[in-house]
Design a protein around this ligand. Structure first.
Ligand code: CA
Length: 227
């Protein structure tokens, strides 16, 4: 186990495969996260007892423990966000993992980029206080806390994903967002061919908000909210 107390915001990485652990750790650290790596379930429990983590990444197959038991133990005592890492054919384990209260999962083999996107999405949901409480653009007002949006004082009914998409666009005014970036940041996914989902949600937002000029289409690039 890594010596010393982790910095605030440290991620606990529980993974017995050293190659994967090194890759993930290097990538996360490059992205600005602190990482404590342990390779055994027993060490993970000890680390969880002694430290406050921001998020845990759990490999399901550990030499001395079942990652699902670990997930259950975490969920019984805290709301710590958990991202499960599992082998491709563990379909049942995946579902059980989510039923046990894991926040998300990635399947091996995964790209570190995909994992980081998932982690950021999970943290955004878990730590909404990081965002500005209220964002106002023209006559549109978005409240992160209550997850409500109003136009000219009238509250608009949005789905969770529509809200997340609008919140992301409104908090990054003047920046052209590609569909891939929106998928990664709002949906926490990166897959080719899935960008049509973004178009559908943008269309829904335009219709519901009735402010067609708010989200502009930037031809060949993506979408942008005027600054
Ligand atoms: Ca393993």
């Amino acid at each position: 186990m890594t010596a010393g107390a982790p910095r605030r915001g440290t991620i606990l990485l529980v993974e017995d495969e050293e190659d994967i652990a090194t890759l993930v750790r290097t990538y996360l650290e490059r992205e600005g996260f602190g990482v404590m790596w342990v390779s055994r379930g027993a060490d993970a429990l000890l680390a969880l007892e002694r430290n406050e983590f921001r998020l845990a990444i759990l490999d399901l197959q550990l030499p001395d423990a079942d990652g699902l038991d670990l997930c259950r133990a975490i969920r019984e005592s805290s709301a710590l966000p958990v991202v499960i890492v599992t082998a491709r054919d563990e379909e049942v384990d995946r579902i059980v993992g989510l039923e046990l209260g894991a926040d998300d999962y990635v399947t091996k083999p995964f790209s570190p980029r995909e994992l980081v996107a998932r982690i950021r999405a999970v943290l955004r949901r878990a730590e909404p206080e990081e965002a500005e409480a209220t964002v106002v653009t023209g006559d549109i007002s978005l409240e992160h806390g209550g997850r409500t949006v109003s136009v000219a004082g009238r509250q608009i009914e949005l789905t969770g994903r529509e809200f997340d998409l609008l919140a992301y666009l409104l908090t990054h005014p003047g920046i052209v967002m590609s569909r891939e970036r929106l998928l990664e940041r709002v949906w926490g996914l990166s897959f080719p061919g899935g960008t049509r989902t973004v178009d559908v949600h943008v269309a829904q937002l335009r219709r519901k908000l009735d402010r067609p000029d708010l989200i502009r289409t930037v031809r060949g690039s993506g979408y942008k909210v005027a600054s």
